[in-house]
Each structure stands twice: as structure tokens, then as C-alpha cells.
Design a binder for this molecule. Structure first.
Ligand SMILES: C[S@@+](CC[C@H](N)C(=O)[O-])C[C@H]1O[C@@H](n2cnc3c(N)ncnc32)[C@H](O)[C@@H]1O
Length: 249
């Protein structure tokens, strides 16, 4: 059965962002992927869309699988010039599937990550369990989690509800801490963003002021928003969390 999400993202496939993006934290997402994977390793991008990160990772010799519930997104990946330019053995393998039920063997990959997707799921704990399940002991999972003490999520909830989605589902520190520990993994790096970015969602601020210019900068090093949010992580909009799966699980 085709879900509302599939129809929506199939419709966005043609115009969805294909560049990694230079503004921090887009650059941060890419920096984390490079830092926690090595050449030849098996990497799985969940909610990978049209290969925004998957193709770039394949270009630096990671063995990539790109999972998405949208057939349209994965089809778009397979017709991109940068995909075509790769040797067959290097091309990311597309799999149409839901994050909550990943059709890969347990403990079969080195790194699994999911960016800008978990917040859409009311049952994101299932998706996070799946990411942890497929990673080998000692391997890593990278996720971004929307946090509740920031009104950015109110903006995005309104945005997605208008599009017919149930909403946005931020998770508290307490909830994720408990979940990670039940799953036998622990955070090795956490980077908070978005305390100042929430101001851009106020009426007219983005259009009428140069606030974005002041709080955001290109590059992997924290911009003003990143530096300020690091001091008040409880008030972050988004936390990028790298988990290590314990060896004994
Ligand atoms: C907002 S895009 C994020 C794409 C990319 N990860 C990024 O960082 O830009 C969300 C993607 O996740 C996919 N998606 C949404 N819900 C999903 C689910 N439950 N399982 C798998 N993919 C899902 C959508 O089809 C879409 O391609």
C-alpha cells in the first residue's frame, strides 16, 4: 500500500536537495560521516532520499546502501550523473523500505545513519532499534534528534501538518538516554544546534533581517548558532548523536 509519506516524497524527488550543503550544520552531517567511517566499510543511509550523502560516500570508497520508503527518491538517485559516473561495484545499493523495518541482517554493517527523517516518525524508537540492530558490535550509529525545549519544532509541526503528516515528534534527553542504554549503545559524540536558529522562524525575521548571516556560516567548524547552542544543549533544536554499539551485545 502506498502511504501518504511515500506519495509526498515521491512528489518531491525531482527537486529534493542533492548537494551536501555548505552551511553548518549541513557540513557537520558530512563531517560526522567521514569521521566515523573508513574506506571499504559497509555504510547504510536510512531516509537517504536521492542520494545526497550516499553518492558522496560512495565516491570516497564506502560500500553504501541507501534505504528510503520513497521509490521516487531512489529512482532519482539512480539517474543522477554522479551515480552514473561511479563503477557498478561502487554505486550505492537502493532499497525501498521503512526505517522501522530494515531488510538487512543483524550486525552486518559498520555504520548506519539517519538524518532529517526520524523526527517524522511517532515510533522513531523502532527505527533507532533497527539502526542499532544492523550495526556490528563496536560499530556506530549516527542520528539527529529533534528536542522539545525549542519552538523550532512547533514551526516544523505546522509545516508538516499542512502537508498532511501527523506532525513532528521531538524526543527528550531522558527518553533517548533510556532508549540508547536499553539498546546497548552509548553516545560518543553529541553536537547540539539550533538555539538561535529558532528565531528565524518568527514572522518576518528571515525575510526582513540579516540574522541568518550572523548566526550561520559555511564550514564544518561551529558557527555562532553552534557555539551558543553548545552552552545550552537542553534548548537545542536538533542534536546530532553518534552512538557506539557495545561490543558485548
Ligand atoms: C527530509 S528527507 C531527508 C533526506 C536526507 N537524509 C537529508 O539529510 O537531507 C526525509 C527522507 O526520508 C524518507 N522517509 C520518511 N519516512 C521514512 C521512513 N519511515 N522510512 C524510510 N524513509 C523514510 C523520505 O522519503 C525522504 O526521502
Amino acid at each position: 500500500m502506498t502511504s501518504h509519506e511515500q506519495i509526498h516524497f515521491d512528489g518531491r524527488a525531482e527537486t529534493y536537495e542533492t548537494e551536501i550543503g555548505q552551511e553548518y550544520p549541513q557540513a557537520l552531517k558530512w563531517w560526522l560521516l567521514r569521521k566515523y567511517s573508513s574506506e571499504g566499510e559497509q555504510v547504510v543511509d536510512v531516509g537517504g532520499a536521492s542520494g545526497r550523502h550516499a553518492i558522496e560516500l560512495a565516491c570516497v570508497n564506502r560500500d553504501v546502501t541507501c534505504i528510503d520508503l520513497s521509490f521516487g527518491m531512489l529512482k532519482k538517485m539512480s539517474v543522477r550523473d554522479s551515480f552514473d559516473a561511479l563503477e557498478n561495484f561502487q554505486k550505492p545499493k537502493p532499497i525501498v523500505a521503512k526505517a522501522q523495518s530494515i531488510p538487512l541482517a543483524s550486525q552486518s554493517v559498520d555504520l548506519a545513519y539517519c538524518y532529517a527523517t526520524l523526527l517524522l516518525m511517532h515510533d522513531q524508537d523502532k527505527a533507532i532499534s533497527e539502526l542499532v540492530r544492523i550495526v556490528r558490535p563496536g560499530g556506530h550509529v549516527i542520528v539527529d534528534i529533534a528536542r522539545p525545549w525549542n519552538f523550532g519544532w512547533l514551526y516544523w509541526r505546522r509545516h508538516y501538518r499542512k502537508l498532511g503528516f501527523p506532525g513532528i515528534f521531538p524526543l527528550s534527553n531522558k527518553a533517548t538516554g533510556k532508549l540508547f542504554s536499553c539498546l546497548g549503545c552509548y553516545p560518543v559524540e553529541t553536537i547540539a544546534t539550533g538555539f538561535l536558529t529558532q528565531l528565524l522562524y518568527l514572522p518576518y525575521v528571515e525575510q526582513k533581517t540579516s540574522l541568518r548571516h550572523w548566526i550561520h556560516r559555511n564550514g564544518e567548524g561551529p558557527d555562532l548558532d553552534g557555539k551558543v547552542t553548545a552552552k545550552v544543549p537542553l534548548l537545542a533544536n536538533r542534536e546530532y548523536i553518534v552512538l557506539r554499539k557495545e561490543k558485548r551485545i
